[in-house]
Design a protein around this ligand. Structure first.
Ligand SMILES: Nc1ncnc2c1ncn2[C@@H]1O[C@H](COP(=O)(O)OP(=O)(O)O)[C@@H](O)[C@H]1O
Ligand SMILES: [Mg+2]
Length: 309
């Protein structure tokens, strides 16, 4: 499939990135309770509140009665079996799909429809969506350019950000000349340049080798702490979910909903060796049990005999 606008995901992405000129700016929540008190934030203090969200596609119920509150500045990771509606949830929060009638959504305390969120969040879909004919710098500025920032101004901003994203000196390279980790950093830089309170990252490191992935995780935490964004992050990897998150949401097998919200009380900044700490391993055990239970459900539902591989 080509990367040009016109295929479903890229055009959806462009729509998300380009719309809503009056969107909320990053920094609005600087100094608020980053990452703390999330579970009790409730609709009052939450950046985003979802309640009773369901979504049906024809005969498939993707989500059923999903509820969650996301606090300003929080880093929330989302895990769950394949097909449980994680990307559907992101499409709703990005404003690309309306949920079924009956649920409610609030952004910054105000009731809203999904469509009202279009352009108020920055969204990095699962595929990196770099345009092969654009250089690093021109890929990075794509979203802000689409919302009307002059190319020269956008380039100037991007040049300043390149070192932080480990891309200094690579501004004129094309995507095929980059490693997988670098391509992901270009896509992330594009998402960060589109300054919104809420960032949605759909398995951004899924395709990377273990070493690159662990470097990228630490790097993302540094960048997150500096830029004070709120992040919702989908991953298949429980280690990654615990290492990054203030809170891990485990989704139930389809129809998806939040099955468990697990607070991660590990100190920050987090060092790479935290993964061997007993607290880390205990959290991981709890989450793995929950995920395994849900994965077995979806495996059986898929018709696999006796749930055997
Ligand atoms: N646009 C769509 N039309 C029809 N079915 C869809 C659509 N989007 C998702 N689905 C279905 O909804 C379910 C959840 O999909 P998805 O949100 O992509 O799951 P996940 O990201 O957790 O793997 C799947 O059964 C998928 O086939
Ligand atoms: Mg998905």
């Amino acid at each position: 499939m080509g990367e040009a606008a016109g295929t479903a995901a890229p055009s959806a992405n462009a729509a998300t990135l380009a719309a809503a000129p009056a969107a909320v700016n990053a920094g609005t929540h600087a100094g608020t309770n980053a990452g703390t008190n999330a579970r009790n934030a409730g609709a009052a203090g939450a950046l985003l509140s979802l309640d009773g969200i369901s979504k049906t596609f024809g005969a498939t119920q993707a989500l059923h009665g999903l509820g969650v509150d996301i606090a300003p500045g929080e880093f929330v990771t989302v895990v769950g079996p394949s097909g449980c509606g994680k990307s559907t949830l992101f499409n709703i929060v990005a404003g690309l799909e309306e949920p079924d009638p009956g649920g409610s959504m609030r952004f910054l305390g105000k009731p809203c429809r999904a469509a009202d969120l279009l352009g108020k969040v920055s969204f990095m879909p699962q595929r990196d969506l770099l345009l092969p004919w654009r250089t690093v710098i021109d890929n990075a500025i794509l979203a802000v350019e689409l919302e009307g920032v002059r190319r020269a101004d956008a380039r100037r901003q991007a040049l300043e950000m390149l070192p932080e994203f480990g891309l200094a000196g690579f501004e004129n390279q094309y995507p095929h000349q980059l490693s997988g980790g670098m391509r992901q950093r270009v896509a992330l830089m594009r998402t960060f340049m589109f300054k919104r309170d809420l960032m949605l990252l759909d398995e951004p490191f899924g395709a990377l080798d273990a070493l690159t992935r662990s470097m990228m995780q630490r790097w993302l935490l540094d960048v997150w702490q500096k830029h004070r964004r709120t992040i919702l992050f989908i991953t298949h990897d429980v280690d990654e979910a615990v290492f990054l998150g203030d809170r891990v949401l485990v989704m139930a097998a389809r129809p998806g909903r939040v099955k468990i919200e697990q607070k991660v009380d590990l100190p920050r900044p987090r060092r790479a060796d935290i993964v061997t700490a007993p607290e880390f391993i205990a959290l991981k055990r709890t989450l793995l049990d929950a995920i395994e239970e849900e994965s077995m459900k979806s495996f059986r539902a898929s018709g696999a005999p006796g749930g055997q591989a």
